[in-house]
Write a protein that binds this ligand. Structure first.
Ligand SMILES: Nc1ccn([C@@H]2O[C@H](COP(=O)(O)OP(=O)(O)OP(=O)(O)O)[C@@H](O)[C@H]2O)c(=O)n1
Ligand SMILES: C[C@](O)(CO)[C@H](O)COP(=O)(O)O
Length: 236
């Protein structure tokens, strides 16, 4: 049994991007000379500690094979499912098939729709959160939070302990797989990996991320992503 920890990335890219309101999945939209997907993959492909990247594509994906990145030796593809969690689980199974014989495998799950993630943040997350609890990039909220009832405020939420979850999220492969499978078996919907780990009793570490690591969800997010990428290019 090889005892050196190994690191893989899983990039779920099987969504349809319905909230963008366009007729193609948002991960293939152009942004500063590349697709959103290529930006989201870039820092993982450049990362020496990451052995491989599993890219999870929709079964009917027509676009990935046309990209130059499709020939990248570090990328393996597989097919996703109906919900994001199904796609992530498919990606984890592909990692498991390629890492047999390694005692400790960590996996970083990162949305294909977060193109502005920075290499340094991926590395900080890897260093700070590689125990059995894992961790995620996240940011404390800065707005006052209201709970609504029929369009009116029912209460104000104490924001002191509220953080916004981002990706990447890092977990031990075996623990994340079993946690996600358990949620699926119990019919529990989870919108990120940390939720599945929390339900299994773990306490993932919150590693401070950046405002720039946005998830491109609505059409207006494209200009924001463009702004952050331009700014990153200007930095030394
Ligand atoms: N069945 C799914 C659903 C989502 N995703 C991926 O999960 C990430 C975050 O999901 P989201 O922003 O919700 O993307 P979409 O599902 O594409 O968007 P929408 O909900 O607007 O349709 C994206 O990279 C998306 O491709 C996936 O791999 N498989
Ligand atoms: C995983 C995630 O990006 C963390 O903020 C988010 O939960 C994905 O949510 P979506 O509803 O699939 O866009």
């Amino acid at each position: 049994m090889n005892q050196t920890p190994r690191y893989w990335a899983v990039i779920p890219a099987a969504g349809g991007g319905t909230r963008m309101g366009l007729n193609r999945p948002k991960q293939y939209l152009p942004l500063r000379g590349r697709t959103i997907l290529e930006w989201s993959l870039a820092s993982f492909l450049d990362h020496d500690h990451i052995d491989g990247v599993v890219l999870v594509l929709a079964k009917n994906d027509q676009e990935y094979s046309k990209l130059p990145i499709a020939r990248h030796p570090k990328i393996v593809t597989t097919h996703g499912g109906v919900a994001r969690a199904d796609s992530v689980l498919a990606g984890l199974e592909a990692v498991a098939a390629r890492t047999q014989g390694f005692e400790e495998v960590f996996v970083m799950v990162h949305d294909a729709a977060r193109p502005c993630v920075e290499w340094a943040d991926i590395e900080r997350l890897r260093e700070e959160a590689d125990d059995e609890h894992g961790g995620l990039l996240a940011l404390p909220v800065t707005d006052t939070l209201k709970k609504s009832k029929q369009g009116k405020v029912s209460s104000t939420v104490d924001r002191e302990f509220i953080w916004r979850a981002q990706t990447p999220q890092i977990f031990r492969l075996d623990l994340l797989m079993s946690s996600l499978k358990e949620c699926a078996e119990r019919g529990l919907e989870v919108t990120d990996e940390a939720s599945a780990m929390e339900r299994a009793g773990y306490t993932p570490r919150l590693v401070r991320g950046r405002d720039s690591n946005i998830k491109v969800t609505y059409a207006e997010d494209l200009a924001v992503a463009e702004f952050w990428l331009a700014r990153q290019e200007q930095q030394p």
